[in-house]
Design a protein around this ligand. Sequence first.
Ligand code: ATP
Ligand code: MG
Length: 208
Amino acid sequence: MKAGTLSNRIKSLGIMGGTFDPIHYGHLVTAEAARCGFNLDQVVFVPSGRPPHKKEKSITLAEHRYHMAKLAIETNPYFRISRIELDRPGYSYAVDTVSDFLDKYGEETDLYFITGADAILEIITWKNVEKLLKHCKFIAATRPGFHLHDVNHFPKEFMEKIIFMEVPALAISSTDIRQRVAARRPIKYLLPESVEAYIYEHHLYQVD
Ligand code: ATP
Ligand code: MG
């Protein structure tokens, strides 16, 4: 959509990228904290199609990850989901996604890319990071096990585009959830019940 259409009324948009294999409360708490803390009109969850940093690992089918994220955001009227990275061929790069959002919403919409502490520590390695930081700001959330002060070695022009945000500490990770399911340990209360039900219904992460 271009200038003058409905999507242009959005002044500030959060982009929550992730593999979401599966989505869990750590992702949802972070997105909601960013929305409220920075007055974002919406947060769009963008499941990664083919994450370049996880190419060696086998990740769950994109459609399953997309559906789980869709179920998880259902109860929040400010959350949206996008297929942009699923439908784009090749590896998924944040810089391409942000450029696509910029084309869609125009210059009047401020874009905020939301990440956890572990992801922000890696942005220096992301494709075309200079262009990425030109088009959006980053909101970096605290995450148990990672230290945001480790970004101190980043160049000044990077630091100017990163806003730090404290969120309630949730030591939840998708890796742990996958391991729990494989070991038949509980995942209840780590992620929405609808996502838990989807995992069991589709026999995801089980090894038998
Ligand atoms: P995996 O263990 O498979 O890497 P993950 O739990 O790290 O999964 P991702 O999909 O890799 O989830 O993460 C997407 C984004 O959400 C990243 O920016 C990550 O830092 C952030 N994130 C994930 N879990 C948390 C959490 N518990 N608290 C804060 N941020 C989180
Ligand atoms: Mg991760």
